[in-house]
Design a protein around this ligand. Structure first.
Ligand code: OAD
Length: 248
């Protein structure tokens, strides 16, 4: 399907209240200094997912997995929201019905001020006990190499979704419902290859939503999109918000 790259036309659609859903991926945080997973410089170029982001890897070598997460937590702790995160806060403020679905575990959307937010892959700032399953917020960076549960002494793990694991059921239902009721869905900075996140956009499209993608480059989703904008999310999204504001 041919798509448009007319930002004004997309802004025009939002002049009447719409149910807006945004799906974001690692590209949104790239300009905050956090590496993406795929593409040049992507984390999966240097690490194999099966060594670091699976329950089997954690069972086999918890020290290695934690070492990677300690490193990522330190990196993310220094990162600040960028203009893409802030533009999505502004979009939420002007949208009566808005849901932000993110695959990112870095917490930068919440830090920027997004509220109607579903972190479908969990949060790197939460830990979960592998024995009693208690989930707690843990922001300290000086954790021991293998952190233990303060209540039961069980081994803690990052409360993120790894390959081969199911998404949290409540979040999955909420995200699917939002996607299927969307009238406009913006897909920002994701390679759209990890399920079920990538399918949310297709479900929205099938249910009649207008689909708009913001990415450095085309993805498998691009051919399903009504609009596709190629460039940095930190430039495209503020420009989109400026188009919206200029139409008021
Ligand atoms: P990827 O690393 O797969 O894709 C990042 C996307 O962002 C690519 O399509 C880039 O072209 C695009 N991109 C990079 N910088 C950008 C920028 N400044 N502006 C706009 N676009 C930009 O990341 P995700 O799609 O988020 O899952 O990956 C999905 C999941 O795979 C992650 O949540 C993670 C990973 O394995 C788990 O860990 C379960």
């Amino acid at each position: 399907m041919p798509h448009s790259s007319d930002l004004q036309a997309l802004a025009g659609l939002l002049q009447i209240p719409q149910r807006v859903v945004v799906l974001t991926g690692a590209g949104v945080s790239h300009e905050s200094g956090i590496p993406t997973f795929r593409g040049s410089g992507g984390l999966w170029r240097h690490y194999r997912p099966e060594d670091l982001a699976t329950p089997q890897a954690f069972a086999r070598e918890p020290e290695l997995v934690w070492e990677w997460y300690h490193w990522r937590r330190t990196l993310i702790a220094q990162a600040r929201p960028n203009p893409a995160h802030h533009a999505l806060v502004a979009l939420e403020a002007r949208s009566p019905d808005f849901t932000l679905l993110t695959q990112n575990v870095d917490g930068l959307h919440a830090l920027a001020g997004s509220r109607r937010l579903i972190e479908i892959h969990g949060s790197i700032w939460e830990v979960r006990c592998t024995v009693c399953q208690a989930v707690t917020v843990e922001r300290r960076l000086d954790l021991p190499p293998l952190p233990r549960c303060p209540s039961c002494g069980g081994l803690l793990r990052p409360n993120v979704v790894w390959f081969g694991e199911a998404l949290d059921a409540e979040r999955l239902v909420a995200a699917s419902e939002a996607a299927q009721h969307a009238q406009v869905m913006l897909v920002v900075g994701t390679s759209a290859v990890v399920q079920p996140a990538a399918s949310f956009a297709l479900w929205a499209k099938r249910a009649g939503a207008c689909l708009a993608e913001f990415n450095l480059e085309p993805t498998p989703l691009t051919r399903h999109c009504d609009f596709a904008f190629h460039g940095q999310a930190g430039e495209l999204l503020p420009a989109f918000l400026a188009s919206l504001a200029s139409r008021l």
